[in-house]
Each structure stands twice: as structure tokens, then as C-alpha cells.
Design a binder for this molecule. Sequence first.
Ligand code: V47
Ligand code: SF4
Length: 357
Amino acid sequence: MKFEEIINKSMEKERISEEEALLLYRSDDIHTLGKAAETVNRRINRSYAYFIVNRHINPTNICVNRCRFCAFSRSWGQEGAYELTIEEILEKISSSEELLTEVHIVGGLHPYWSFDHYCRILTSIKKHFPSIQIKAFTAVEIDYFSRISGLSIRDVLMALKDNGLDLMPGGGAEILVHNIRQRLCPEKISADRWLEIHKIAHTLGIKTNATMLYGHIESLEDRIRHLSMLRALQDETGGFQAFIPLAYHATDTNMSSSIASGIDDLKTIAISRLFLDNIPHIKAYWIMLGEKLSQIALLFGADDLEGTVLEEKITHSAGATSAEGMKKEELVYLIKRTGKVPVQRDSFYNPLKVYDE
Ligand code: V47
Ligand code: SF4
């Protein structure tokens, strides 16, 4: 099938195959691709572009895994290793300039913290800030909690939910292809395990996101395979809220690579929007794309910029040049300049304020 036929097919709400998505990736016609993705996006999200007033918190960078692409983690006792106390976490929330509606919590797999300690982080936040929604712990952490506590994944998730977990972020997915994972992050949970944990979360009513780390050793076929696994799970559960492509940053990692080009970033956003016809939101994570390219991505099929973030360590350890946080007004400005309507949302995409004046 030709490029134009595939574009027409996806605009006519027909699902595109892996081979067709690959053909789109191999085309250089990013204008047509972006226009099609934006048409599909507007059908789902109208002219809205979302953001959230949130803060990212990484309770520790001490991690028993050594993923080759990770510049954030440290071993126990290594220079630069840190662990926040619960009081320090609460202090970060209370001292935030913005009125937060969400905290996003992910971190290393700490060799000595108990599962109870992770639960206490959630209960303490909910006790002091009952209205804040908590998006916390990747499938990689959930698997680790199951191993250190002896509980099943289901029981771990139910305990976290009881202690205040509202939804889960999409990290740790990297590329859901076995031989790539073996080279990227051999100690990390398998692709099947990542998908299984999200499936269990969905069956318990916990919404999750999904990411894809791209621009390292993977091929275009691997990226499409990854998207295909997510689409298949979403057909079964409907539990993914958003998909977030993450552009690889290589500084201070054990895996060199040139940073993905702006063209590759925009193509990835657009193809994600066209291929993942069952996931409602595509996030252009401004921390990784940069402020200006994420603004353009809103015209290439993305409908969400993530949020104020306020403190970002994972990508900045690996050479990100974006700011570490943005003010709400700056996000509103970036969105307005695209001609879209900025919408401050909560963690479940309920609008809190629509800037349509
Ligand atoms: O899981 C690690 C990735 C993820 C690098 O769900 C790297 O709403 C680029 O998942 N270069 C954490 N990426 C970030 C994440 C996320 C961010 C914002 C919103 C949401 C959400 C999720 O960052 C990790 C890993 O896949 N990562 N190292 C690196 N060198
Ligand atoms: Fe640990 Fe996550 Fe970094 Fe891997 S990516 S080393 S699991 S913090």
C-alpha cells in the first residue's frame, strides 16, 4: 500500500497494520503525516491541549538495577547517591510555588527500604495533602515490591491503592522487545511482565500510562512492535490513559547515541497518534523534547504537555537542556501560541480550568 492510501485509511478510522506504520516511518513527508495525526487527534480531543499542575519527586536514586541508559541511578554508598526522608518529600510538596493537584513519584529500587516504607510515603502524602492525586511507581517498582514483600502483584497493587495510590505512570517500558531489553537493561523485568502488571492494574481499576524510550539501539521495527503490544493490551483492558514517547538522552550513560532528531521526534508523535487508535492521549513531554519542539508536537497529534514538573532529575542527569520546571502561565502561553485551547486537567483528564476566553 502507498503512503497516501495508509494516511487515508487512518483518517477514515481504519486501523493501520505494523507494516503500514513502518512505511509511514520511512516516509519523509512529515507535513502530511503531521496533518493526518492532528486530524485524528482533533476528533478525539477537539482543540484542547492539556497540562497538569504537578511536581515530580524521586525519593531515591539508589537502585539495585544498572540499566545501561540510566544516568540517574547510583549504587548504595556511591558518590551522589541520595535518599529523601518522608519529611523531605512532604517539604517538597508544601514548599511548591504552584498549587499542586498531582505528585508523580518514581525512583530507584532501594536495596534496604521495605514495602511498608513505600506505602508510608503514600499515606503521609494523603494525610497532609488529601486533595492531591498520586501517580506513583512504575511496573518495575511494583515487581520489586512484590519480590521484597512476598506479596502477589495483585496484593501489592491493592495495598498501594488502599494507601493512596490513584494511578500509575508509564515508565520502565523502554522497548517491549526481548533482545533489545537484554542489551539495554538485562536486570529489568521482561516485556511480558511489564504488560502483565499493567493488565492487573487495569483489572483493579487503576489507570496507567505507557512510555517508549526511543533513539538508542532499537530499529523502527522494534518501535512499531512496541506500539503494537500496547495497542493489543489496550484492546483487552482499556486502562491506558496516555502514551508518552521518551527521547533518549545519552550523556553520562553507558550507552552512547546521538540524540533523536526533531524530525524523528515529530514522526514518532504522529505515528503514535495514528497507530494507537485506542489510547485517548499522546503526551509531548516537554522536559525531553524541549519547550519549543513540544509546542510544535501539539500540531502533530499530541494533546498533552505533561505538567509543571518543577524538579526533574532523570533526564537532566542524562543531559537534558530544558528547564527543570515550568510555571503554569508559561504552559498556558506555549499552548495558546499553537492556536489551541489550554486546559488545566486533573490526573484523569477531567478539566479543572479551560482557558477559552
Ligand atoms: O522509566 C531513563 C526513561 C522514564 C533515560 O507516565 C530516560 O505520565 C531518556 O516514565 N533518556 C521516566 N529517558 C520518565 C517517565 C515519565 C515521564 C513523564 C510522565 C510520565 C507519565 C512518565 O525515563 C524511565 C525511563 O524509561 N529514562 N533514562 C535517558 N537517559
Ligand atoms: Fe534503576 Fe530505573 Fe535507572 Fe533502571 S532506569 S537503573 S530501574 S532507576
